[in-house]
Design a protein around this ligand. Structure first.
Ligand SMILES: Cc1ncc(COP(=O)(O)O)c(C=O)c1O
Ligand SMILES: N[C@@H](CCCC[NH3+])C(=O)O
Length: 416
């Protein structure tokens, strides 16, 4: 069942028509469905039933407090990549002891914050980070729980910008050097070894590279055990893709069915860090057509959302489905449009060559925009970021207000 579906001739989010939401909250507008978020989280949880596991939602996908709160209430853990994301998790009611901290550039300040909060684990991504974390924790008379994020050199077969587990990607430590690093970590008084992690890329459609990475990690786990270093958990990235167009996606149940047998008989808690698979299809971006322009050679639908609201199309040439919120009848002229925003860049487009029957003033919805949508938004062209609304059944909650023109100059100062 889809919680974004056409009923009575128009697109709904759960029980509410998107047109009414656009009129109430204005556009551009991100609309999320709580029921969808919950269903996706539960799909992972149920798929991993029977084995010791932790689902650490990747906050970067969608860090709205209400999204985090919804997941925290289901018992989710969180994968964070900054002190700011940690603040969000704590504000939203997430539990620090279920947080894993990834990222190649953690600052001492962020390390201190996370140590004070008592997070579950730092996913350490380099030799220098190991030494730094040892110093920071030592100065606080604490021991930092760590996993090494290893780079297994596996081709995840995804867009180069969102592949993370190849030798030439900046993430993690080369798996070939990991054993020595663990041995070093074992000698450092400010660290406590708890696990191993890897993440090979995002929008993955094939389980084979994930299994390759897992097998390489399990071989490492065994080599470490022979040296007396016993790990408690193994973190198998995130990465499962969603359907933007016609992709054959992996269900959490298929992913889990492939992974579970490899962990049988081992005393290892399974961690995973899904972001897109939980939030992607739980959101749409609603935008209004400001006008139609062009010639018989090229037609543009100018909309009020732009690359600053949703950068995936121009950054990754990502195809995202753009549909009318209230489809027009056959009397409306159908044309092929580039759907473009007001930003002063030729790369400011949400979709190219889209066949649409629309008129100025119509509403369009960009589907599957719940992940890496608002979180990648910027104020480029001094445009305020869109409002965010969470739909829960027949209720709509404004969970982040639109940034006003006044907000755009609030925190800046003129010279004396
Ligand atoms: C360390 C880490 N964890 C989790 C994620 C979330 O990935 P996804 O949104 O593909 O599930 C990412 C992003 O690629 C990541 O780099
Ligand atoms: N922002 C990317 C995913 C990045 C994954 C994080 N390492 C996207 O929209 O597809």
């Amino acid at each position: 069942m889809d919680y974004f579906e056409y009923r009575d001739g128009q697109l709904h989010a759960e029980q509410l028509p998107l047109q009414a939401l656009a009129e109430r909250f204005g556009t551009p507008l991100y609309v999320y469905s709580r029921a969808t978020l919950e269903r996706h989280y539960r799909a992972f949880d149920e798929a991993l039933a029977g084995i010791d596991h932790a689902i650490c939602y990747a906050v970067k996908a969608n860090s709205n407090l209400a999204v985090l709160q919804t997941l925290a209430r289901l018992g989710a853990g969180f994968d964070i990549v900054s002190g700011g994301e940690l603040q969000r998790v704590l504000r939203a009611g997430g539990q620090a002891h279920k947080v894993v901290f990834s990222g190649i550039g953690k600052t001492p300040e962020e390390m201190r914050l996370a140590l004070q909060a008592g997070i579950h684990c730092f996913n350490v991504e380099s030799a220098y980070e190991l030494e730094l974390l040892n110093e920071v924790a030592g100065a606080m008379s604490l021991r930092a729980p760590i996993a090494l994020r290893v780079n297994p050199d596996v081709d995840a077969k995804t867009h180069p910008y969102i592949s993370t587990g190849l030798k030439n990607n900046k993430f993690g430590v080369d798996i070939a050097t990991a054993e020595e690093l663990y041995a070093r970590a074992a000698t450092l008084p400010g660290l406590k070894i708890v696990g191993v992690a890897s993440h090979i890329g995002s929008q993955l459609l094939d389980v084979t590279p994930l299994l390759d990475a897992l097998d390489r990690m399990l071989a490492l786990v065994d080599r470490l055990a022979q040296r007396g270093i016993v790990l408690q958990h193994i973190d198998v990235g995130g990465g499962i893709g969603v359907r933007y167009r016609d992709e054959q996606t992996l269900a959490p149940s298929e992913w889990a069915a492939a992974i579970k047998p490899r962990l049988a008989g081992r005393k290892l808690q399974l961690h995973t860090e899904p972001g897109r698979a939980i939030a992607g299809n739980a959101g749409v971006l609603v935008t209004r057509v400001l006008g139609l322009k062009g010639s018989e050679f090229k037609r543009f639908a100018v909309v009020d959302a732009a690359m600053n609201d949703l950068i995936r199309p121009t950054l990754y040439q990502a195809w995202m489905n753009i549909v009318p919120v209230v489809p027009r009848g056959e009397d409306c002229d159908t044309q092929v449009y580039d759907v473009v925003g007001p930003v002063c860049e030729s790369g400011d487009w949400l979709g190219k060559d889209r066949t649409l029957a629309i008129e100025a003033g119509d509403l369009l919805a960009v589907r599957t925009a719940g992940a890496y949508g608002f979180t990648m938004a910027s104020n480029y062209n001094t445009r305020g970021r869109a409002a965010e609304v969470m739909v829960d059944g027949d209720q709509a909650h404004l969970v982040r207000a639109r940034e006003s023109f006044e907000d755009m100059v609030r925190n800046e100062h003129l010279l004396p």
